[in-house]
Write a protein that binds this ligand. Structure first.
Ligand code: GRF
Length: 200
């Protein structure tokens, strides 16, 4: 599956996907990495692995539509069959979602539908939950609201800080995202409306 990845930040999930692919554990081809942030660590990681990168810098566009048009052309140019969001900090708009006909996946650092949006780990701590975790889901027009593919729980400990719980969840994210993409690429993810079945 020709795969593109969009990331805004340090890119540790991107790195986990690249590593899994390089070790032969992920039957996809990562053909392009894009970012809305010129200085994203993710771009550097992609370059170090020889993956072509593209920047869609937000302040170069008059509006979101222009930026999304460029992303759409980039997906077409690269004949992308699967788009992965890995810490991409922008919500893709309804027009984009209507025009793109490939699966889009995202990883979120909470057990959705709890704590969507920014600072999910901080939200979980402030709420006082004893268990949080991460979720890999299909992207729809909403905010972290698409059908859930995989989830894994992570305990919240009494002494946790935002940093320590984020760190514990991140280690699981790297494994879970890779596993979800692997299952999808192997044709083992069956989606019917909101229900996602993992085929054996
Ligand atoms: C991760 O916690 C991911 O769940 C969230 O953004 C963060 C990205 O981290 N969507 P990284 O850039 O992959 O290291």
């Amino acid at each position: 599956m020709r795969t593109a990845i969009l990331a805004s930040g340090r890119g540790s999930n991107l790195q986990a996907l690249i590593d899994a692919h390089q070790s032969g554990a992920l039957p996809i081809e990562i053909v392009a990495v894009g970012s809305d942030q010129l200085r994203a660590g993710a771009l550097k990681r992609a370059e170090e692995s020889g993956i072509p990168t593209r920047v869609f810098q937000t302040n170069h566009y008059r509006n979101r539509r222009g930026q999304e048009e460029d992303i759409l052309s980039w997906l077409k140019e690269n004949q992308v069959e699967l788009l992965l969001l890995a810490g991409y900090m922008k919500v893709l708009g309804p027009q984009f979602m209507r025009q793109v006909h490939i699966p889009i996946l995202n990883i979120h650092p909470s057990l959705l539908p709890a704590f969507p949006g920014l600072h999910a780990q901080r939200q979980a701590l402030e709420y006082g939950v004893k268990v949080s975790g991460c979720t890999v889901h299909f992207v729809d027009e909403g905010l972290d609201s698409g059908p859930i593919i995989l989830q894994e729980a992570v305990p919240v400990l009494p002494e946790d800080t935002e940093e320590s719980i984020s760190h514990r969840i991140l280690a699981v994210e790297h494994r879970l995202y890779t596993e979800a993409v692997r299952l999808l690429a192997l044709g083992k993810v069956e989606r019917t409306g909101r229900q996602v079945k993992i085929l054996q």
